[in-house]
Write a protein that binds this ligand. Structure first.
Ligand SMILES: [Zn+2]
Length: 244
């Protein structure tokens, strides 16, 4: 009789350093094929993302050395968001944008790619705000608006102007029409007689974020700037066991 093959315990795989993980795709900025299915690596990147919050104090400031930067609400919330597959596969899912003086009284727009949200905020605090106090961080793939903000945009803020939630800037932004001829069709919610909403396919003008250039065709943009209906889930009565 052939001896039964015993299941060998699988050795715990080591997580390679970040520089090892990427190098795939034609740009070399995507995760290498051998790591794309590794759940342990995905979990490690998610943990690194959430740890990024550590330097934000109770007042919402990122404090590092003798410098500090007020982190916008949406960016603070993004630290606790779950990274999508696209975020994990990309070596640089974030970038920082700021205006840099060109020496002739004008400025140049500069961008710097960042591997994590924490490193982007750190770069703003230490470097970008020296040149431009309005420097901001952009998530290339975007995050849905935080739950308390859902259904609140577009809205007029204190300056009387209409703001939309930009999923890439992770904060309220002004949008502009780039070209009046550019339109597209999309589903949009309209209130109905029953107190709910009906979807209608309508023609819309193409709008663009004045800061990062994200447009209203984007799925995350559309989801973050439409009315929502609250579903109330009644707690189920649970049977209680009485003590004798
Ligand atoms: Zn934007």
């Amino acid at each position: 009789m052939r001896p039964r093959r015993r299941a060998r315990p699988t050795p715990k795989q080591k997580i390679p350093p970040v520089e090892e993980l990427y190098g795939g795709g034609y740009t070399g900025r995507l995760m290498k094929g051998e790591y794309t299915g590794r759940k342990d690596i995905h979990a490690a990147i998610q943990r690194r993302h959430e740890r990024g919050m550590a330097l934000i104090n109770a007042k919402g400031y990122w404090v590092q050395g003798n410098r500090q930067w007020r982190v916008p609400y949406g960016v603070r919330e993004a630290f606790s968001a779950t990274l999508s597959h696209g975020h994990l596969m990309n070596k640089y899912p974030f970038y920082v944008q700021w205006r840099h003086p060109d020496g002739n009284g004008g400025h140049k727009i500069k961008r710097r790619s960042c591997t994590s949200l924490g490193s982007a905020v750190s770069f703003i605090t230490l470097h970008a705000t020296r040149a431009d106090p309005d420097a901001f961080v952009v998530c290339k793939l975007g995050f849905y608006a935080p739950v308390p903000m859902l259904g609140k945009f577009p809205r007029r803020l204190n300056d009387g102007k209409l703001y939309y939630w930009c999923p890439r800037c992770m904060q309220p932004r002004r949008m502009r029409q780039v070209n009046p001829q550019q339109t597209f069709y999309a589903d949009k919610k309209y209130p109905n007689d029953q107190g709910g909403y009906t979807w209608k396919n309508v023609k819309l003008a193409l709008l663009e974020c004045t800061s990062c250039g994200a447009n209203n065709r984007d799925g995350k943009f559309r989801a973050s700037n439409q009315p929502v209906q609250k579903t109330v889930i009644k707690p189920r009565r649970t049977s209680t066991r009485r003590k004798r």
